[in-house]
Design a protein around this ligand. Structure first.
Ligand SMILES: CC(C)(COP(=O)(O)OP(=O)(O)OC[C@H]1O[C@@H](n2cnc3c(N)ncnc32)[C@H](O)[C@@H]1OP(=O)(O)O)[C@@H](O)C(=O)NCCC(=O)NCCS
Length: 168
């Protein structure tokens, strides 16, 4: 398995990793509009791209404070290779990229059943309302929001929390 930085990542590569599943993350029913990630890390196995995670710089609003952070999203492992640590490999690699960019905390959105998975990788849930933007205005995020410290003295991330811009 090779961890690689991808210059380009789009729907065609995502469809290849998803192996034909049109909604591998199970969030299509929410009807949310998502933001493209700007950094992309992949895992290559026997010449094929088998996993991806993306990230981007974001801003959080915590009360009166506007805090720089990193958003993690688009985590996907080929169905045949799940349960073998590939997801952990690619998530940790993206966390390294976010840390190297000097961002103090990471934020991600996930379904309830993945909260224990991300907890094992150092992420904890925000309890309370999280607001994100959508084209028609701000909405309460229906997924769980988790955050992770990337540096020794990160700002505490807590509700009520607003994430500037579309979710990722
Ligand atoms: C979530 C995902 C990225 C995990 O990748 P992976 O390579 O299987 O993960 P790892 O091998 O590092 O860890 C496996 C563990 O993840 C947990 N896990 C994986 N998918 C899960 C799911 N859908 N629900 C609950 N737990 C899950 C399992 O508890 C498993 O634990 P075990 O090792 O005790 O069996 C992968 O299942 C996937 O691509 N899912 C579809 C896309 C998706 O939901 N992405 C997350 C968007 S936030």
């Amino acid at each position: 398995m090779d961890v690689i930085d991808l210059a380009n990542y789009g729907p065609a590569l995502r469809a290849e990793i998803a192996d034909g599943d049109p909604d591998p993350a199970g969030v299509a029913h929410l009807g949310l509009v998502w933001r493209d990630k700007t950094g992309h890390v992949g895992v290559r196995h026997r010449g094929r791209l088998v996993a991806h995670a993306g990230w981007l710089p974001i801003h959080l609003r915590l009360g009166e404070r506007r805090v720089a952070a990193a958003g993690l999203g688009g985590v996907l492992v080929h169905p045949w290779l799940r349960g073998q640590g590939v997801g952990a490999l690619v998530v940790r690699a993206v966390m390294d990229r976010m840390r190297e960019a000097g961002l103090p905390v990471g934020v991600l959105f996930c379904r309830e059943q993945l909260v224990p998975y991300y907890a094992r990788l150092g992420w904890q849930c925000v309890d309370g309302e999280v607001v994100v933007d959508q084209p028609d205005g701000p909405v309460a995020m229906p997924l769980r929001t988790c955050w992770s410290a990337l540096h020794p003295h990160p700002p505490a991330v807590h509700a009520p929390l607003t994430v500037d811009g579309l979710p990722f």
